[in-house]
Design a protein around this ligand. Structure first.
Ligand SMILES: [Zn+2]
Ligand SMILES: [Zn+2]
Length: 137
């Protein structure tokens, strides 16, 4: 992904494209899987963890990335679709491969609309499927 493409993308979400943010976005977009803070930290050895974390939080607040809780013990982040507002209609299934540890967005599989008992409303939901991915099969 070209840097100017990323800069446009961030600007369209009202996020100032600093060098660090551009780099974090590029890494997430090109990895094709969800990455944790520790994964990102490993890739940018000289960058403070808190700097990466702040970039992720800014992205999360502006619907550029969404967090994924896959049961691996750390929260991972994946890029959102362009038109994502991270509301209940944008939520999708995530697949966690128990062999390679890759977590992939399955945007083609929306989370089924679950009817909650009366009085409950939901802000977020996580739907994780564990199994073996085609690479590991
Ligand atoms: Zn796998
Ligand atoms: Zn996802």
């Amino acid at each position: 992904m070209e840097n100017n493409e990323i800069e446009k993308k961030l600007e369209s979400k009202n996020v100032k494209p600093t060098a660090m943010r551009t780099l974090v976005y590029k890494t997430l977009a090109e990895s094709g899987k969800a990455l944790s803070l520790a994964d990102l930290e490993q890739r940018f050895e000289k960058v403070e963890r808190s700097t990466i974390f702040r970039a992720l939080k800014t992205f999360e607040e502006n619907f550029i990335v969404h967090p994924v809780v896959d049961g691996s013990g750390s929260v991972k982040y994946a890029v959102c679709d362009d038109d994502c507002t991270c509301n209940i209609h944008d939520l999708h299934v995530h697949f966690y491969c128990t062999r390679c540890g890759r977590t992939r967005c399955m945007k083609e599989l929306p989370i089924p609309n679950i009817k909650l008992p009366e009085g409950y409303t939901y802000d977020n939901a996580q739907f994780i499927i564990n199994g073996v991915c085609p690479r590991c099969d």
